[in-house]
Design a protein around this ligand. Structure first.
Ligand code: B12
Ligand code: SF4
Length: 559
């Protein structure tokens, strides 16, 4: 791809500014990197965004050598003064740190890491980068760019940890800015955006290819303290004494942003708010204003995350009238005991079911998140989850997840203290990358010879699909004592249901995995082999069809 335009743009940049390249890894939405990019541009710097690999549930693609080559080549072409890597999650930390090492070896340029993982593990990150940003980076990136542009040192900038002459400078985090409205709108559809995926580099912003616009109304507004959530540490520890953590943008500011995005991309059909919990404890009058102005001035449906205990008829009716289309509720476990004793969530199943019914009655699509492989009270968690799922209104859209032991969470401290996991297992570092993001867990359970787990995970998945009727599912549940010993038929049924759900994207190697479940894990870890098998079988199929056609033609018309 020609980079002439970019180079022209780069030479035209403000002489006082520096050239920054911000990378995201497996996250093209990346509100954080988009926000920092627009801040840098507003301060007269040049900033390119590189969306390196995309994030797809259940179809995790590893970085290929070609993609790595493309990235390093692009960076050489851009010739940045600073490379930033945004690391939203610890689950991809090993890949990101490896990438940071390669960038530093290839280019003589300072590398800064920021995002959730560098914030919770700065020491580790500083071994692979020159600078680490802890917490929100809006002010820090601006200060850093200014220091670099002026040729000043940057070792005393709040939020940044740096290394000089073997010494680590651990600067404190600054007080939280309560004026989110003063930030420029996050970068969207800018020309100097690149995407690297499927062994290809394109000059494009992947976010503009989908009809959904991503934004947020608040930062860190969630009042809950789930044991597996890293947000709790941010709110309670990192920002303790740094001002109110719950901050809202004004409705006017959000509307202006969405209008600008629509002017750039008229194909936007839905707005996704990525608030931890939408409109929780908003400022006085905020919700009424939002519900009045959003439908009038934007008129698009929108999607949110919420919490079962915050759902009530009056609120849902108000949000629905303003265009609410879908809600994702984190339920995590169907067992009240597991929620209370392990996850630190106090709501009852009655509350969950009431929330589900209320949303359903108002015609809002609901997604439910569950964690299946909680090691404490494992059987109780699965049984409770199955029973709860069976009572939820249909059609059902459930995300079945694996428990990620994230750094600085209560559940990870507990698992480490009880010896349930070793330090090397935090953030799934002992698992294949694809497995960390895999939601179809039965095959891994079977692989680990955990028959009971394979049975439950298959049964729960089946309960979320329309493949089997409810009476059939209850019958399988009644046969659990037997099926737990011989879960293979259920595993195959779950694989079949999964394939059926994925119609249109049917992969032959996945079909093969139905008959041989252990192959699924292998293909998940070796997607290149999977792709090869897929294309070979397809090619053979095409040849066979042609031969059959030729044979029919030669045989002439029947009779
Ligand atoms: C929305 C959200 C998502 C969205 C989209 C994220 C997005 N749009 O960026 C989706 C659903 C896709 C998502 C996915 C995941 N998420 Co998430 N997500 C969030 C959430 C709720 C808000 C993030 C957000 O958009 N904030 C607003 C933006 C503006 O802020 P920000 O992204 O934090 O960026 C700021 C700073 O981090 C920093 N910064 C960020 N990048 C950089 C880069 C540089 C160079 C610098 C200097 C600074 C910097 O400056 C930014 C501006 O202030 C947070 C919780 C939270 N309160 O932070 C969890 C959170 C970040 N997610 C988390 C996790 C675990 C995940 C998943 C692994 C979940 C899963 N199992 O799939 C995936 C991982 C995706 C990936 N490939 O990395 C964890 C991370 C904890 C950890 N240690 O790993 C968090 C903290 C929540 C939790 N449960 O604990 N997530
Ligand atoms: S409700 Fe969500 S954001 Fe809030 S503590 Fe629980 S997992 Fe974290």
């Amino acid at each position: 791809m020609a980079l002439q335009e970019t180079n022209q743009h780069q030479t035209d940049r403000d002489a006082r500014g520096i050239r920054v390249c911000l990378l995201t890894l497996y996250l093209s939405e990346s509100l954080g990197a988009r926000q920092l990019c627009s801040i840098l541009k507003a301060r007269g710097h040049d900033c390119s965004l590189v969306f390196f690999k995309e994030f797809r549930w259940g179809e995790f693609r590893h970085i290929t050598p070609r993609e790595e080559e493309l990235l390093l080549g692009l960076l050489r072409d851009i010739r940045p003064d600073l490379v930033g890597l945004s690391l939203t999650s610890s689950l991809v930390a090993d890949v990101a740190l490896d990438l940071a090492d390669k960038i530093r070896r290839t280019l003589d340029v300072p590398v800064i890491l920021g995002g959730a993982h560098p914030s919770v593990a700065p020491e580790e990150c500083l071994e692979h980068a020159d600078i680490v940003c802890i917490g929100e980076g809006d002010g820090a990136i601006a200060d850093l760019a200014e220091a670099l542009a002026a040729g000043r040192g940057y070792h005393d900038i709040p939020n940044l940890w740096t290394k000089a002459n073997g010494e680590i400078h651990r600067n404190d985090v600054r007080s939280l800015s309560d004026s989110l409205d003063s930030l420029p709108f996050a970068s969207y559809g800018e020309r100097d955006s690149y995407v690297i995926e499927y062994d290809r580099l394109e000059q494009a912003d992947p976010a503009t290819r989908i009809p959904m616009y991503h934004t947020y109304a608040s930062r860190m507004a969630c009042p809950f303290k789930c044991a597996f959530c890293a947000g709790v540490w941010f709110r309670q520890e990192l920002y303790a004494g740094k001002g109110p953590v719950r901050r809202y943008r004004s409705v006017a500011n959000i509307l202006a942003e969405v209008k600008q995005a629509r002017a750039r991309n008229p194909n936007i059909e839905v707005v996704q708010f990525w608030d931890e919990i939408f409109a929780v404890r908003p400022p006085q009058g905020w919700l009424d204003e939002f519900c009045e102005r959003f439908p009038k001035e934007i008129g698009l449906p929108y999607a949110i995350w919420s919490h079962p205990s915050l759902i009530n008829g009056r609120r849902v009716a108000q949000l629905r009238n303003a265009g609410l289309k879908s809600v994702v509720l984190g339920i995590e476990s169907g067992s009240e005991r597991v929620r209370r004793e392990i996850i630190n969530r106090g709501e009852s199943n009655k509350t969950v079911l009431r929330a589900a019914q209320t949303l359903h009655q108002h015609g809002v699509t609901v997604g439910y998140d569950f964690i299946l492989d909680i090691p404490w009270l494992a059987e109780e968690n699965c049984r409770g989850t199955f029973e709860l799922i069976m009572q939820l209104p249909r059609p059902l859209n459930a995300g079945l997840h694996s428990l990620s032991f994230l750094p600085r969470t209560a559940i990870t401290s507990r698992a480490l203290a009880e010896g349930l996991i070793q330090p090397g297992q935090v953030a799934g570092a002992d698992r294949a990358l694809s497995e960390r993001f895999e939601s179809f867990l039965w095959k891994y359970r079977l692989h680990a010879r955990d028959r009971s787990g394979a049975f439950w995970h298959s049964l729960i998945y089946l309960a979320t699909t329309p493949l089997l009727s409810r009476p059939a599912l209850w019958n399988l549940y009644r046969l659990r004592h037997l099926l737990r010993l011989h879960p293979q038929p259920l595993v195959m049924a779950a694989e079949a249901a999964r394939l059926r759900k994925a119609t249109g994207q049917l992969r032959l190697w996945q079909a093969l995995s139905v008959a041989y479940p252990s192959l699924a894990g292998f293909f998940a870890r070796h997607p290149t082999v999977g792709r090869f098998v897929n294309s070979t079988v397809r090619a053979l199929g095409r040849v066979a069809l042609r031969v059959a056609k030729l044979a029919r033609r030669q045989a002439g018309p029947p009779g």
